[in-house]
Design a protein around this ligand. Structure first.
Ligand SMILES: [Mg+2]
Length: 302
């Protein structure tokens, strides 16, 4: 199968792919937010991961970056490197990618394919009203710090996979199909004064907020939101690093001025989502983690 038939069969959905570039019109008064992420077999997902899960995660991690900025997803491009043309794999991949794209109303507008080790690169773009984007730089001393849902589930799944154990379906779901917090992020617009998505682990990602905002923070281990499985794992092993530095959570970590605490409670109720206060921003620089004996080794890309 040549590249053009592959594109026509699997990736020419309803927006029309064909010219050399995608032309995008945007409304006046809006800003584009754009991000790119690559997933490589053996590095970001195990070799036996299904085509559906790979497609889902490749798009979801990009949607998570758009969420971190409070952006509304608009369109994405896909660069796919494949060892061979496996029609069943491509059909599964395309179907799953399309389903998630539809859920978040984002269009595939272009891409590239090549022969090589399995790797998926997605560049996703969204929009925000001018000067409304959630940034890393607005946290102020005294602001409470929140995280969405639970931490460490995906990291525990990955740890178990590497030990040839089979994670529970709940842990696997967090690892293979993390839910990008796009809806939550949009309800935080005008409320949160800093925000990041947790991809490399809370410790490292929160530190990015602290550096950009030129502040410090104190968080409390006991306050971290954990699923029962992660809580049990930590009780057995004292391995707090799954929750602090495991990465792959794709939850949001954000700060809000104290005056907006009640808005957070309302969002929690409206969206039926768990938002947990884990600590507060301090004037004194650095990240203090109450209850932690030694700092974790964070996820390193190299
Ligand atoms: Mg990110």
């Amino acid at each position: 199968m040549d590249e053009f038939s592959l594109i026509n069969k699997y990736f020419d959905w309803d927006q029309g792919i064909g010219d050399d570039c995608a032309l995008i019109s945007i409304d006046h008064g809006k800003q584009l937010a754009t991000t790119v992420d690559t997933l490589i077999e053996g590095v970001h997902f195990p070799a036996n991961t299904s085509a559906q899960d790979i497609a889902y995660k490749a798009l979801a991690v990009n949607l998570s970056d758009l969420a971190a900025m409070g952006a509304t997803p608009l369109y994405f491009t896909l660069a796919l490197s494949l060892p061979s043309v496996d029609k069943k794999w491509l059909a599964d991949f395309s179907q799953s990618l399309k389903a998630l794209a539809k859920q978040y109303n984002i269009s595939l507008v272009g891409g590239d394919t090549s022969k090589g080790k399995l790797s998926i690169t997605i560049n996703a773009t969204g929009f925000v009203e001018k000067n409304q984007a959630l940034l890393r730089s607005g946290a102020q001393a005294g602001d409470p710090i929140f995280v969405s849902n639970t931490l460490g589930d995906a990291a525990l799944a990955w740890q178990q996979i590497q030990k040839q154990q089979t994670p529970s379906s709940a842990l696997l779901k967090q690892f293979n199909r993390p839910e990008p917090q796009v809806v939550l992020a949009q309800s935080l617009l005008g409320i949160a004064n800093s925000c990041i998505d947790i991809s490399d682990g809370l410790e490292q990602d929160l530190s990015h907020i602290l550096t950009c905002s030129k502040v410090g923070a104190g968080i409390n281990l006991e306050a971290l939101p954990l699923s029962s499985e992660v809580a049990q794992h930590i009780a057995n092993t004292q391995d707090w690093c799954v929750a602090l530095a495991g990465g792959d959570d794709y939850e949001l970590c954000f700060t809000v001025p104290n005056a907006y605490i009640n808005r957070i409670k309302a969002i929690e109720k409206d969206l039926d989502i768990k938002l947990t206060k884990i600590g507060a921003i301090t004037k004194k620089k650095g990240l203090k983690i109450k209850g932690l004996e030694k700092h974790c080794k964070s996820y390193q890309h190299f």
